[in-house]
Design a binder for this molecule. Structure first.
Ligand SMILES: NC(=O)C1=CN([C@@H]2O[C@H](COP(=O)(O)OP(=O)(O)OC[C@H]3O[C@@H](n4cnc5c(N)ncnc54)[C@H](OP(=O)(O)O)[C@@H]3O)[C@@H](O)[C@H]2O)[C@@H](O)CC1
Ligand SMILES: [K+]
Length: 486
């Protein structure tokens, strides 16, 4: 599991750790890890041109000390000091002593000339002390770095992103890799900031013992998902494996029912009950489905419900939604179900409720704009969970799952742009419902399902990548299970 902590928590842990260590030791640990990562990336340091972009804080100090280490290995290192009179004094001295040179950033006439021939640029403009996007001087240098074709390695964070939230208020560095210290920060895992970070590398500086047990953010990895997935034992029957009920589809959108049921089978439910007007289409594709035409509560035993995909917004849809919300088993509400949702009814439920909006649906629920939700994903998912007193899975490039009780938010690392296709959300809803029916908690079910779903899309897109349809994502779910369990 990858975990991330807020900036305040990181600062508090750093203070405790620093109190145990000699002055400057922590920065040396960071710089040593950073220099080693850069040397690894370059392969050869001797004679290699490296440019450091150095801001006014300790982030610039890390870059300068790492630059000094690389200069001692034979690299030709130039530090561009963006605030020359406030650049880290010890770091500047160490770099010069190692044979590196410094350039006054704001008064340099031609950034392109400074960058010429650089294979690596270290972004030490700003780290966890940053606020807002890149300032104009920094922007010019970040742009010159990209135009020079150098690999950009961000120190701790890509400069210009909000470390604690993943927001990007203005311009930010686009890094090929980020070397971060002590722990991941939310901005490295949540978009839009995560999309600027490139490949992540964590350098151990001894911070872990000083961090609280509960992180702010968690990202599952293969082994975590494998441990969550239900595997049938010899004595399992369909109820032990979980029966999931799917209330989805309409005369107009029968396909949504088929895709949600496909997802439900892909989640390993012992049985899938379908309730709604698209039974013929469902049976034609999945003859093993148990179909029912009456109200959901008369459908037979169900251990979790999925309601909403392609449901439409007529009176039948509303009745079916309310019927399911009156049940005492976990309920996942998606798509049209979210448009019809009665917040009081959700708040009054005793069993768990999981809302699974995409950004547009989340915006409607929050009375915000879609752009706002996309720009502030972490804040949006937490607000939704708080307002509806429910768990929320916010779909998108970095899908988030919040439980509404202030526990860690889960962020999905397997997402892919290929998933932005009609019907892929229907597959996810069925898949998640299946895991709920098997007895997983809402956050575990949502995050494990998002993980498998992303992986399945990647497998369906294949090596190199090709467009996929939602039904292909569902078909690739067994491969995703095998990959995780193997
Ligand atoms: N603490 C530790 O133990 C360890 C910390 N470590 C390292 O220290 C980093 C944190 O260092 P930090 O606290 O000095 O802050 P930092 O991020 O360098 O920037 C602060 C300065 O930037 C400025 N600034 C603000 N916004 C800006 C913007 N948008 N664009 C441009 N400039 C902007 C602002 O200046 P001002 O607003 O006054 O002009 C402020 O003074 C951390 O990320 C890690 O790399 C490691 O060595 C491990 C041990
Ligand atoms: K940085």
């Amino acid at each position: 599991m990858r975990t991330a902590y807020s900036v305040e928590t990181v600062r508090a842990a750093e203070r405790k750790l620093m109190a145990e260590l000699p002055e400057g030791a922590l920065m040396q640990r960071a710089a040593a890890g950073l220099a080693a990562a850069c040397a690894g990336l370059l392969g050869r340091t001797s004679g290699t041109r490296i440019v450091l972009l150095v801001g006014s804080g300790d982030n610039g100090g890390d870059a300068l000390y790492a630059g000094a280490r690389l200069a001692r290995r034979g690299a030709a290192v130039t530090a561009v000091l963006l605030a020359p009179d406030r650049a880290h004094p010890g770091g500047t001295e160490a770099l010069r002593a190692a044979g590196g040179r410094t350039v006054d950033g704001p008064s340099a006439a031609d950034p392109a000339r400074v960058m010429a021939g650089a294979r690596l640029v270290l972004d030490g403009i700003v780290g966890i002390g940053g606020r807002g996007g890149l300032r104009p001087d920094a922007r010019i240098w970040a742009q010159a770095a990209r135009e020079a074709g150098a690999r950009v390695v961000a120190v701790d964070l890509p400069s210009g992103v909000e470390a604690g939230t993943g927001e990007v208020a203005g311009e930010a560095v686009h890094a090929d890799a980020t070397v971060t210290f002590g722990t991941y920060k939310p901005g490295l895992l949540v978009d839009p900031a995560a999309g600027r970070a490139g490949a992540l590398r964590l350098v151990d500086i001894g911070l872990a013992p000083h961090l609280p047990e509960q992180p702010d953010l968690e990202a599952l990895q293969h082994a975590d998902v494998a441990a969550l997935l239900p595997v049938p034992a010899a004595e399992s029957d369909k109820y032990r494996r979980g029966v999931v009920g799917v209330v989805a589809g309409s005369a107009r959108y029968p396909g949504a029912a088929v895709l949600a049921v496909a997802g439900a089978f892909g989640g390993g439910a012992g049985a899938v009950r379908y309730v709604g007007p698209a039974a013929d289409a469902v049976i034609a594709r999945f003859p093993e489905t148990l179909v029912h035409a009456g109200p959901p509560h008369k459908a037979g035993r169900v251990q979790a419900w999925v309601v909403g995909p392609g449901l439409g917004d007529g009176p039948d849809a509303r009745r079916a939604l309310d019927d399911v919300l009156d049940s005492d088993v976990p309920v996942l509400v998606d798509a049209d179900g979210l448009r019809l949702l009665d917040g009081d009814r959700v708040g009054a439920r005793r069993a768990a409720t999981l809302l699974t909006p995409h950004a547009g649906e989340a915006a409607a629920l929050l009375g915000a704009s879609r752009e706002d939700v996309e720009a502030r994903r972490l804040d949006s998912v937490r607000r939704l969970a708080g307002e509806f007193r429910a768990s929320v899975l916010l779909k998108g490039s970095t899908t988030l799952v919040a439980d509404g009780t202030g526990g860690p938010v889960r962020v999905n690392p397997t997402g892919t742009g290929w998933l932005a296709t009609a019907g892929s959300g229907d597959v996810l809803s069925g898949l998640t419902g299946s895991l709920l029916a098997a007895g997983l908690g809402v956050v575990d079910a949502g995050s494990a399902a998002a993980y498998l779903h992303g992986l399945a899309a990647r497998f369906a897109a294949g090596h190199g990548g090709a467009p996929v349809r939602a039904s292909q994502v569902a078909r690739a779910l067994p491969a995703a299970w095998r990959s995780v369990r193997g």
